[in-house]
Design a protein around this ligand. Structure first.
Ligand code: HEC
Length: 282
């Protein structure tokens, strides 16, 4: 009898544990700051932010919505200094990776992220209940959408606005993306292509499984130049919509020289494959 009770109790505990794990993510919207190495992460619930971080209304032109928008938001600089326990000047010397729930990720220098204390975490649209859907797939930007308050900060390349933002990690680029770096003997053109990839593509694409997960990995299992002709890759990068309606934005600002560099970078990575998840059995 006693044994039977014990079994019942452990089954109950197991059930309770599994219930806890299956709580949907959206019910506990949190924003997490992850410090370097072994530091303790600091998670903010939406309620903490609303009560303790002095929400404001941020108004201005939004390049994704292509119109003026108003958001309830908290200052990223203010909560980052509290969470990391560092001054703004210190944060400006560090490096960060911003991670969104949909696989978008942006490596960014502190100098940019904390420029003019003008980055804000928006948690609510003032004019549309919740949030107005955003992007090609018309998704909700919740729980957090990064916006910039100054009128000149509307270039998405230099001032990215990730939606569904969930965390900011203090990490150097080299520690998060070591296998995206071209070999030291790679040409100057390849190095230039890598810089362009790092600035404009790694947000959505991985190389060697390191990078965003919105678009495909461009080096493994096959390098994109191993299964597509170079002319097609060049044309696709500049304007994907001439091939198919996809979620990749056009890149009309890339010059022919920039495309040469990107192609050279991909070519130099072809023999530098690294894929931790791939085993012969798969
Ligand atoms: C906002 C996210 C996003 C950004 C930024 C982005 N891409 Fe993409 N890219 C995608 C998606 C999504 C696809 C898959 C589209 C499809 O299936 O048609 C794609 C497809 C591609 C392909 C075709 C791959 C194949 O096998 O068909 C190439 C090449 C490519 N991207 C290169 C680039 C380069 C180079 C950059 C930077 C200059 C870049 N992309 C920036 C999202 C992005």
């Amino acid at each position: 009898m006693a044994r039977c009770q014990k079994v019942t109790i452990s089954v109950l505990i197991l059930l309770l544990l599994s219930c806890k794990q299956s709580v949907p993510e959206s019910s506990g919207a949190t924003f997490t700051f992850v410090p370097e190495q072994n530091g303790k992460a600091k998670a903010w619930s939406l309620a903490d932010l609303q009560m303790g971080a002095n929400p404001q209304i941020i108004e201005g032109y939004d390049p994704y919505y292509a119109k003026k928008k108003r958001f309830s938001a908290v200052s990223l600089g203010a909560i980052a200094t509290k969470s990391f326990g560092l001054s703004t000047a210190d944060l400006q010397h560090r490096h960060f990776v911003l991670r969104a729930r949909d696989g978008y990720q942006v490596p960014m220098d502190g100098e940019r992220l904390f420029e003019d204390a003008s980055a804000y975490l928006a948690f609510q649209d003032v004019d549309v209940p919740g949030f107005e859907p955003i992007g090609p797939q018309k998704v909700s930007p919740a729980p957090f959408y990064l916006v910039w308050a100054k009128p000149h900060q509307i270039d998405l390349e230099t001032h990215p606005r990730p939606w569904q933002l969930a965390s900011i990690e203090m990490r150097s680029f080299e520690s998060v993306y070591p296998h995206t770096v071209p070999p030291t003997e790679a040409s100057a053109l390849s190095q230039k292509g890598f810089r362009l990839f790092r600035e404009g593509c790694i947000r959505c694409h991985a190389v060697n499984r390191e990078g965003g997960r919105v678009g495909p990995d461009l080096n493994v299992p096959q390098n994109v130049l191993e299964y597509r002709p170079e002319v097609q890759v060049r044309a696709y990068i500049r304007n994907p919509r001439t091939f198919r309606y996809s979620n990749m934005p056009a890149h009309p600002h890339l010059t022919d020289g920039d495309l040469d560099a990107l192609i050279e970078y991909f070519r130099s990575m072809k023999d530098q494959k690294f894929d931790p998840d791939r085993s012969e059995a798969k």
